[in-house]
Design a protein around this ligand. Structure first.
Ligand SMILES: [Zn+2]
Ligand SMILES: [Zn+2]
Length: 82
C-alpha cells in the first residue's frame, strides 16, 4: 500500500482523500483545483480552499482597524442660481 501518495486535503472520496494528478512538476486536484508543487517551496496554491485559509489567517494575525468615518461630506457652497 502506498500511503505516501499525494492527496487533496479538501476533497474526500469513498476511499479517502482524492488523489492528486501529477502534471509535470505540479500535483493538481481534479475536483477543487488544489495544486501542490513539492519541488517549489515558494509555490502558492490559489484554489478556493487555500485562498480562504490564507485570508482567515491574514485577517486574524494582522491588526485590523475598522475606520468608520460617519462624516457625511456635504458641500457648504450650495447656492441656487436665482
Ligand atoms: Zn481537491
Ligand atoms: Zn489549494
Amino acid at each position: 500500500m502506498a500511503t505516501d501518495e499525494p492527496r487533496c486535503p479538501y476533497c474526500i472520496e469513498e476511499n479517502g482523500f482524492k488523489l492528486l494528478t501529477l502534471i509535470r512538476d505540479t500535483l493538481r486536484c481534479g475536483r477543487c483545483g488544489h495544486m501542490l508543487r513539492p519541488a517549489d517551496a515558494n509555490f502558492i496554491c490559489n484554489c478556493p480552499h487555500c485562498e480562504r485559509m490564507r485570508l482567515t489567517i491574514g485577517s486574524e494575525s494582522g491588526e485590523t482597524r475598522p475606520e468608520t468615518k460617519s462624516r457625511a461630506t456635504r458641500t457648504p457652497t450650495s447656492q441656487p442660481s436665482r
